[in-house]
Design a protein around this ligand. Structure first.
Ligand code: CP
Length: 311
């Protein structure tokens, strides 16, 4: 089995068939993480380099564990301690030097949109985008879809709300592309200043300012963090005001479907976009998303490499 794409830089790289293959493969890999000995020889002899030039907890650890559980040889470089950060080396020179050591897969997180795509021009390895600026985070969207399929038992015909800082969110972008590709209705909500201009036309989603308007029809509600580190200016008056008007609490969930599921890609800002009672409540599948992240990343690496050697 193999994907129709050489790299995973964007959800647009994947066909519907690729997506279904990844989900199916991830389900079978998930079982490995439940074993006492969490290791299979599937990627023995393959080399994966994790290049995390921007902070990460979940994605970085998830890729590292996925590589170890498939028996790949993996190494890490980060933003601190790299020649790029300290000695003025460019991203492309860094990638060319990594390429000279013949890796099979590069996993790249970078604060600049398009950095993984640029890196892909300088290596024969398969490149996986692990989050690039405000652009995309495709493996996050795939693990979100796996979680939706797992808890709902289906994909088609569902309605998913994505609420919060849509403008700065690569998770929202990848999810809008993926959910629409797979026939899911998407409603995005947030303060007017945090909804991208033209989002309805570009992504084929509906918009509203207050997610409570759409709540009764939703099967899944995905909440997003306000990305203050990407804001050069004030998009709303204060965190307290944001929490009051746009944050989700058990009180604001009144009127939702009995089986509404709450998701969040993390990191969670408790008391801002989500209250603790919702984050830790019975509707929350937030930690289930993290568990599925390892399985999805195992599946993506396995399927990118396919059965044959790298070119
Ligand atoms: N969801 C996510 O990308 O989290 P990290 O930034 O911790 O990797």
């Amino acid at each position: 089995m193999k994907l129709s794409t050489r790299h995973l830089l964007s959800i647009n790289d994947l066909s519907r068939k690729d997506v279904l293959t990844i989900l199916q493969t991830a389900v079978s890999f998930k079982e490995i993480s439940e074993r006492p000995i969490k290791k299979v020889p599937t990627l023995r002899g393959r080399t994966v380099i994790n290049c995390f030039f921007e902070d990460s907890t979940r994605t970085r650890l998830s890729f590292e564990l996925a590589e170890k559980r498939l028996s790949a040889d993996s190494s890490n470089i980060g933003k601190s301690g790299s020649a790029m950060a300290k000695k003025g080396e460019t991203l492309l020179d860094t990638i060319r030097n990594i390429e000279a050591m013949r890796p099979d897969i590069l996993v790249i997180r970078h604060s600049a949109a398009g950095a993984p795509a640029q890196a892909a021009t300088a290596t024969r390895a398969h490149v996986i985008n692990a989050g690039d600026g405000m652009h995309e985070h495709p493996t996050q969207a795939l693990l979100d879809l796996m979680t939706i399929n797992e808890v709902k038992g289906r994909i088609k015909g569902l309605k998913v709300g994505i609420a919060g800082d849509i403008l700065h969110s690569r998770v929202a972008r990848s999810n809008m592309l993926l959910l629409k590709k797979m026939g899911i209705d998407v409603i995005v909500a947030g303060p007017p200043t945090l909804l991208p201009v033209g989002v309805e036309e570009v992504f084929g989603v509906r918009t509203c300012y207050d997610i409570r308007e759409a709540l009764p029809e939703l099967d899944v509600l995905m909440l997003l963090r306000v990305q203050r580190e990407r804001m050069g200016e004030q998009f709303f008056p204060s965190a307290r005001e944001y929490a009051r008007y746009f944050g989700v609490s058990n009180e604001s969930l009144k009127g939702c479907k009995d089986d509404l599921v709450i998701m969040h890609p993390g990191p969670v800002n408790r008391g801002v976009e989500i209250t603790a009672d919702v984050a830790d409540g019975p509707r929350s599948v937030i930690l289930g998303q993290v568990t599925n992240g390892v399985a999805v990343r195992m599946a993506v690496m396995y399927l990118l490499l396919g059965d044959g050697p790298s070119e």
